[in-house]
Design a protein around this ligand. Structure first.
Ligand SMILES: NC(=O)c1ccc[n+]([C@@H]2O[C@H](COP(=O)([O-])OP(=O)(O)OC[C@H]3O[C@@H](n4cnc5c(N)ncnc54)[C@H](OP(=O)(O)O)[C@@H]3O)[C@@H](O)[C@H]2O)c1
Length: 276
């Protein structure tokens, strides 16, 4: 056990991220861009990845003033792209202290019209690719891993993997299934990778502003706020806060957890009162 000097309890030490390296998939927009900015502002070297190189370039322009950042265009569902992405990550960062599996997609349609290819695309991006990238990234994660300071895998799940989403009125069968499975995959990986000093946790966000939620915010913002016990959507720093916790000394003993960051939406009964 570390001798207790009191210094290790100081917030600036407990939550320090300085000197770490991070690969953030889907880092070119929305939540990935927010988390990348938060990591950079706290001294982490970051490489972001997403499919479209133009989006990566634009995101990089926004991120560069905040710290040492790189971008690479890669589709996480492609074997060749994953290989190239990890090679680029090794060249630029040397190792991965924090892998944020954030790239995700959605498909909404009525059951009768829900296509197999839509279902497959969502599962392939939100679930299969997380498994494959985490497996392929192991050599780089191990380089950054130690007993005192494990490497961290943070999977971005969703409150929709905890409850059945209804607010948008159109079902998202594959999305909520993929996120529920991702939460479970997180636990399996956490047990498997613990002996290698790699922790695996999932963050299950509620509603945050992004391209994915644009349409919902435009049409159902009132319902979204109504369904949330805190009566509001999430703010960027509330996402960065949980990522900082999971990536720092403070979160080193948290493993296999699925942490909702949703203002209590996933455990609420929504608009219905207890008497209904
Ligand atoms: N916003 C919310 O309220 C909310 C709530 C719960 C969970 N989430 C989760 O948060 C994550 C980010 O979503 P977001 O809301 O920030 O949406 P977003 O703005 O649409 O971001 C999705 C990101 O993933 C990238 N991406 C998609 N498919 C990819 C692929 N095959 N390979 C590589 N990159 C890919 C996109 O860039 P390209 O188009 O360039 O590939 C983009 O950078 C998702 O996993 C989502 O399920 C979001």
């Amino acid at each position: 056990m570390t001798p207790l000097t009191g210094d290790q309890f100081r917030i600036e030490n407990l939550f320090s991220l300085r000197g770490k390296t991070a690969l953030v998939t889907g880092g070119s927009s929305g939540l990935g861009l927010i988390m990348s900015r938060g990591l950079l502002r706290n001294g982490v070297k970051v490489l972001i990845a997403s499919r479209k190189s133009e989006k990566c370039k634009l995101a990089l322009e926004q991120l560069k003033p905040h710290g040492e950042c790189y971008a690479f265009a890669a589709d996480v569902t492609s074997i060749d792209d994953r290989k190239a992405l990890l090679q680029e990550t090794e060249d630029k960062l040397g190792s991965i202290s924090i892998l944020i599996n954030n790239a995700g997609t959605n498909w909404a349609a009525k059951l009768e019209e829900y296509p197999d290819h839509g279902f497959a695309k969502v599962i392939s991006t939100n679930l299969n690719a997380v498994f494959s990238l985490t497996r392929d990234a192991l050599p780089l994660l191990k380089k950054a891993a130690s007993l005192e300071d494990p490497a961290r895998v943070i999977n971005i799940g969703s409150m929709d993997g905890i409850h059945v989403p209804i607010v948008q009125r159109v079902p998202t069968f594959a999305y909520s299934s993929s996120k529920a499975a991702l939460h479970h995959l997180t636990k399996s990986l956490a047990i498997d990778l613990a002996p290698k000093h790699i922790t695996v946790n999932a963050v299950a966000p509620g509603f945050f502003e992004s391209r994915m939620t644009d349409y919902l915010f435009e049409n159902y913002k009132h319902d979204i706020e109504d369904d949330c016990p805190l009566h509001r959507v999430g703010e960027p720093e509330e996402l960065i806060g949980i990522v900082a916790y999971l990536s720092s000394r403070a979160g080193a003993y948290t493993n296999g957890a699925v942490i909702p960051v949703d203002g209590g939406t996933s455990i609420s009964k929504g608009k219905r009162s207890w008497q209904d």
